[in-house]
Design a protein around this ligand. Structure first.
Ligand SMILES: [Zn+2]
Length: 430
């Protein structure tokens, strides 16, 4: 009887366990090579595997790192340690770990905020598959938004982004192979000196950048008030007050798209913000209506605009479309679409967070709130920068016009907006 019991245990519990191990052992992915390359403005990590596997990428802080997750895989990269770095040429420490049952993680510690430019699978001439990860140093903001967008990726979106692409640019790169971890002290210095060679964005600038856009100007007066006040003048005065209030906050730097009575077209306004790599964009306007009794402030953000054809891309000097730091001309159309949607989604999320904070602050004003609306305003069309447009009141209304011409009223209004912007910076940009 006892023997029978053992047999039952063996048959139903122990055998299946070994059997399943046997089965999976035959199909386990193998990691066969790991190397990194350095390009003028990005780093590339290439992982060679025996097969293309489901991949998930997570970004984490403290330290800044990317965790690339696959089904259980075997380390078969001879001559390359499981934990190592690419110092002194590339400031990346990596570690390969079989964590939980059935999961393998490759962690890349970058030590600075970074963004993932491209991630894709390629076939290698030697029959292996290659997972290519291109990354570049970026701002804290960029890191956070990239992290968030990866979190909200669906499996299909991941698959499209990870779709095979018929390109190979490895030849242009200087390649380095992983080595042991012990020379990381020298490397710290190298990170710093290397960083100085990189002239891409925000070098050394840790400020939170706000671009304030005083609506209209020059030949375009905007709305005309009840007592003939010009909207462009009110917008400019308010913007200058907001700018000086924000510049008094430590860690914030505010710029204006115009500081005089000049005309700037709508696309150039957000392009200025793109050029400056602004963290947020705020356009200030004053409303008008046929009906003189309409009054109050309102706030606008761009309505859902996932249409690639209508995207107002920034162009680089080679006339290629640029999205954030991604040059879209190199991407296949599906990837372009996914990237564009990803950027639009993250931009929309952050625009909404910003408008919520602004509306919260403004709610303590005696003015009438007309709330939030989504509209297809050209000036809000930066593909990457969270953007809002505030209509401060109706100059076609007698009382609102009087208020908007009152320095104290405007100053109080701008103070509230400055508080909201500071809160936004403190909450979302850490
Ligand atoms: Zn206007």
């Amino acid at each position: 009887m006892k023997k029978f019991f053992y047999f039952i245990v063996l048959f139903f519990f122990v055998f299946p366990f070994f059997y399943s191990l046997l089965c999976t052992a035959q199909t386990l992915n193998e990691i066969r090579n790991l190397r990194a390359g350095k390009h003028q403005n990005f780093y590339r990590v290439v992982l060679e595997t025996s097969m293309k596997v489901d991949t998930k990428i997570e970004l984490k802080t403290l330290p800044y790192r990317a965790i690339i997750q696959f089904p259980e895989s075997l380390w078969r990269a001879s001559n390359i340690p499981r934990k190592g770095n690419f110092y002194p040429n590339i400031p990346i420490i990596y570690s390969f770990k079989n964590d939980e049952i059935g999961k393998t993680n490759l962690t890349l510690n970058i030590e600075k905020p970074f963004s993932l430019d491209k991630v894709y699978w390629l076939s290698s001439p030697n029959g292996n598959k290659r997972l290519v990860i291109d990354l570049y140093f970026s701002s804290e903001t960029d890191f956070i938004v990239t992290k968030k967008s990866f979190e909200s990726f669906s499996k299909e979106e991941f698959e499209t982004v990870l779709g095979e692409r018929p390109i190979s640019e490895d030849k242009e790169l200087e390649l380095f192979i992983g080595q042991n971890k012990n020379n990381s002290k020298i490397s710290q210095q190298n990170i710093i000196s290397e960083d100085n060679n990189f002239n891409f964005d925000k070098a050394g600038n840790k400020n939170f950048l706000v671009v304030i856009d005083p609506g209209h100007g020059g030949k375009d007066p905007g709305a005309i008030g009840y007592s003939k006040t010009l909207e462009k003048d009110i917008n400019l005065i308010a913007s200058k007050i907001l700018q000086s209030k924000l510049n008094n906050v430590s860690g914030i730097k505010a710029y204006l798209t115009r500081s005089d009575d000049i005309y700037i077209n709508l696309h150039d306004r957000y392009k200025i913000a793109n050029q400056l790599k602004a963290d947020i964009f705020i356009s200030l306007h004053s409303d008008a209506s046929e009906s003189k009794s309409v009054r109050g402030y309102s706030i606008f953000s761009l309505n859902k605009d996932p249409d690639l054809e209508n995207a107002n891309f920034q162009k680089n000097n080679k006339n290629q479309n640029v999205l954030g730091n991604v040059i879209l001309d190199e991407e296949i159309i599906e990837t372009q679409n996914i990237l564009y949607k990803m950027y639009q989604r993250r931009k929309r999320n952050y625009s909404i967070k910003l408008k919520n904070l602004i509306l919260d602050e403004l709610s303590s004003l005696p003015s009438n709130s007309r709330g939030w609306h989504e509209k297809n305003f050209a000036v809000l069309k930066s593909p990457v920068i969270p953007s809002v447009l505030i209509e401060m009141g109706f100059i076609s209304n007698k009382e609102d016009e009087k208020n908007l011409n009152d320095r104290e009223f405007i100053s109080n209004l701008m103070q509230k907006i400055a508080v909201a912007v500071t809160k936004y910076k403190d909450v979302y940009m850490k």
